[in-house]
Write a protein that binds this ligand. Structure first.
Ligand code: PLP
Length: 360
């Protein structure tokens, strides 16, 4: 067996030791004679798995007691609808910052439900930076302010989150949650699909402040109401049990790496090496403003785009896979989430140098 260095944007790499543990427990989970996939979500065994995962997740992020952690489905994309349904209350509008493809997708869904005020946009520069906080034109009657913590496609990330006062800050953290410490108190709601940095596809994590629960619009379908998940311990219908279990193993793995401080140190080092290699090169370019460059998704282009296919082919020969960039940016993108080992980044940096050397 040989494992590739996987730079996929999502579903993405998982820690090898987690996959090994899941393999070992797959047919007989700790003497039950059952796979986790075959258990009732109401069984004692699964409830233990579920509670432990929440405990570890809360501990990793130091989540204050007045926030609920909800284990949901539907991906981050469903949150694009759930956020307005639950947070609008009697307000006619919400503020959104537009920093890329995922912001735009969130805005599009919100427009079905309310007026959207785009406080600032970097679309003019093909989403290569985050507009300066001073330039945001917030409206006084917005129900909340929505941002995308890390634009997975454009590779643009917040390294410092704004203080929004009484207006709840809502953040799509799909591709950055658990990559570093986060001050939860700054946010009203954060959400993330698991398949980037937390676990397998199928699970969506939502962290929501108590006072924002229980105010869904009257027409809200039952399973789109945060209150239903809060009241039913995220089990008001069958939850994605295996994804919940596997994410729980990932949370344990992160704790063993030194928690979020440990992850931040590792992620900063990995990203630093890759950006340094791109900066030092005369052949590769990263389109993102230095101060907004993502630690998780690193887009870069080749000086000669006719070489893209050759680049991907040679990379694959070295076991470096899923480097093709998104069509809206072009070129390449290396997603270097928590579970992508430093050795993968080292191998990529070496490949970049070798590839460039062959061009001259
Ligand atoms: C992947 C991604 C999404 C979409 O997630 P789904 O789980 O497919 O709905 C939304 N926002 C961001 C930032 C993403 O990276």
């Amino acid at each position: 067996m040989s494992r590739a260095f996987n730079f996929s944007p999502g579903p993405a790499a998982l820690p090898e030791s987690v996959l090994e543990q899941a393999r070992d427990e797959l047919l007989d989970f700790r003497g039950t004679g059952l796979s986790v996939m075959e258990m009732s979500h109401r069984s004692k065994e699964f409830l233990e798995i579920a509670e432990q995962a929440e405990t570890d997740f809360r501990e990793l992020l130091s989540i204050p007691a007045n926030y609920r952690v909800l284990f949901m489905q539907g991906g981050a994309s469903l949150q694009f609808s759930m956020v307005p349904l639950n947070l609008l209350r009697d307000k006619p509008s919400a503020d959104y910052l537009n920093t890329g493809s995922w912001s735009r997708a969130a805005i599009k869904e919100a427009r079905r439900l309310c007026e959207v005020n785009v406080v600032a946009s970097s679309e003019d520069s093909n989403f290569s930076h985050i507009p300066a906080l001073e330039s945001w034109k917030r409206s006084s009657d917005a129900a909340y302010l929505h941002i995308t913590g890390n634009e997975t496609i454009g590779g643009v990330e917040f390294h410092d989150y704004p203080d929004t006062g009484d207006t709840p800050l809502v953040a799509d953290m799909s591709s950055t949650l658990l990559s570093r410490p986060l001050d939860i108190k700054k946010f009203g709601v954060i959400y993330a699909g698991a398949q980037k940095n937390l676990g397998p596809a199928g699970l969506t994590m939502v962290v929501v402040r108590d006072d924002l629960i229980g105010h869904a619009l009257a027409r809200t379908p039952r399973l789109l109401d945060y209150q239903v998940y809060a009241d039913g311990d995220s089990m008001s219908n069958t939850p994605p049990t295996f994804a919940w279990y596997l994410s729980g193993l990932v949370f344990k793995w992160i704790k063993a790496q030194g928690g979020l401080d440990g992850m931040a140190e590792l992620n900063a080092r990995k990203a630093g090496k890759l950006y340094a290699a791109i900066n030092d090169s005369n052949f590769f370019t990263c389109p993102v403003a230095e101060e907004n460059r993502s630690w998780m998704n690193v887009p870069f282009t080749l000086a000669d785009e006719s070489m893209d296919a050759r680049f991907l082919e040679l990379a694959k020969e070295r076991g470096l896979v899923n480097l093709k960039g998104h069509r809206s940016v072009g070129g390449m993108r290396a997603s270097i989430y928590n579970a992508v080992p430093e050795a993968a980044v080292d191998a990529l940096v070496e490949f970049l140098a070798d590839f460039e050397a062959q061009q001259y």
